[in-house]
Design a protein around this ligand. Structure first.
Ligand SMILES: [Fe+2]
Length: 269
């Protein structure tokens, strides 16, 4: 498996608190069958207020510390470092000055859990026009979308991909996240599943239990797609095939069509 969303670099965000914890998180990833990690530290607006070089330097140091410790511990893992970028006004500056794109064209894009910009369609459109495919980080955890699930489908139709957190389907991130994650899975509107792992306790990796859950509930084909095939194509910068979800369900039969126009379904069953 390939995990494309986690917070393993020590001391750079709210993820691993020490290099020892980071090493244990990597060991745990190995144990669960992860063969490649895309490390995605948070990149918030205050992180670059003094210039993008501040974040670049912080990540460089964290990465060097981690790689040195891995060498000393004789721990091998295929790793690349990108970012989980919170939407902000300086997005284009971040993209042009920092190495944040996965596979040279995919952007793991996070929105505030409580507020989504009202011009989000324009933001997505502009990224797509620039040849960048936004990956919506855990849309199932965004409250405005929990209240209006079809909004996520509209954004996919505009050219986004969606990545759910495995904790959401396993129920550890709340009932509302679990519900929206299942809604999106049923609509064929999930393209990646990530661990979003922050530590070994409250936000553990869950790659293997998540993979098994997906196999049991949606079939091995989808589990392989979300945790192996799609991430593999994404880190190589290749296109992935997606099913474009219908935002509004069309009636399938004449009976459904008639029902739409009759008050109280006209007594039709
Ligand atoms: Fe994250």
């Amino acid at each position: 498996m390939i995990d494309i969303h986690n917070h393993i670099i020590p001391g750079v965000d709210d993820g691993a608190k020490s290099v020892e914890i980071a090493l244990d998180m990597i060991r745990e990833a190995q144990r669960q069958g992860v063969s490649h990690l895309v490390l995605t530290p948070h990149l918030y607006e205050p992180d670059i207020m003094q210039g993008t070089h501040v974040w670049r330097e912080r990540i460089k140091q964290g990465k060097a510390e981690l790689f040195d410790a891995m060498k000393q511990a004789d721990l091998e893992m295929s790793i690349e470092v990108r970012a989980e970028v919170r939407y902000q006004e300086w997005l284009s500056k971040i993209i042009s000055e920092l190495d944040v794109l996965i596979g040279g064209r995919y952007l793991l894009l996070e929105f505030s859990f409580n507020i989504v910009p009202n011009r989000i369609e324009e933001i997505i459109y502009n990224l797509v026009i620039d040849g960048i495919t936004p990956i919506l980080a855990h849309p199932e955890r965004i409250v405005p979308w929990q209240n209006e699930p079809a909004k996520v489908l509209e954004l996919i139709r505009l050219g986004c991909l969606s990545q759910i957190d495995l904790g959401s389907v396993l129920g550890s991130l709340g009932r509302s996240s679990e519900r929206l994650a299942n809604y999106l899975l049923e609509k064929g509107a999930v393209h990646l599943a990530g661990s979003d792992s922050h530590n070994l306790t409250s936000r553990p990796l869950l790659a293997k239990p998540g993979y098994d859950w997906l196999c049991d509930n949606y079939g091995q084909g989808l589990a392989d797609k979300l945790l192996i095939e799609n991430p593999e194509r994404i880190i190589r910068g290749e296109e992935i095939e997606i099913f474009i979800p219908r935002v509004h369900e069309e009636p399938d039969t004449w009976r459904d069509k008639v029902k739409q126009w009759l008050p109280f379904n006209g007594g039709l069953r």
